[in-house]
Design a protein around this ligand. Sequence first.
Ligand code: PLP
Length: 226
Amino acid sequence: MSQIAENLEFIRQRITAAAERNGRSAKEVKLVAVSKTYPPEVIREAVEAGQQCFGENRVQDALPKIDALPPDLEWHLIGHLQTNKVRKVIGRFALFHGVDNTALALQMNRIAGEFGVTASILLEVNVSGEESKFGFTPTSLPAALEELIPLPHLRIEGLMTMAPFSENPESAKPVFEGLRKLRDALSAASGHPLKELSMGMSGDFEQGIAEGATIVRIGSAIFGSR
Ligand SMILES: *Cc1c(COP(=O)(O)O)cnc(C)c1O
């Protein structure tokens, strides 16, 4: 077994165990293998080990990899997206995790309409309030949702957040709990389900799953440290 296959197997076991500890099923948690900085040959090893869904954070790195690999893979753009790159990415990714302002979302809706497609997105929320982080503030979300939900070429699937960097994974828990509670309140108020919660990376995905993550984004624990 390759190192990547072994790592993937171990991560899948940990996802299953974390789900079961919290009375959930591993089927409710999607693993996005974050392949940023790794070339197509390395990604292919993960494909051979059964992984179908990959996450990239930079448009200019991602597009050539998508072109180089089999067409049946599922790609997520997990990083910040600039408004001037929207035309390059619409139709190329199954889910956009880092939609962090309304101007960007409006532009995505406009270009998706031009292309005759619908873009599935997550709204990124800066739950921790760290200045270095992208995202909607929790207080700005109700108004943003009201504006974005009616747009015909966007499908708002849920919310995404990143916890502040910490040596202690438990410190991510209140941030993830905050995202879940925000989702529960917003979906009750808007009637829009916001089913997906993208939260948890290599260092804190078990805490994400404990707090209700439906998507975890795991890079270094699969591919090695960058
Ligand atoms: C790089 C990255 C990840 C994966 O981080 P690891 O610690 O390597 O698992 C997850 N989410 C985002 C937004 C990233 O940029």
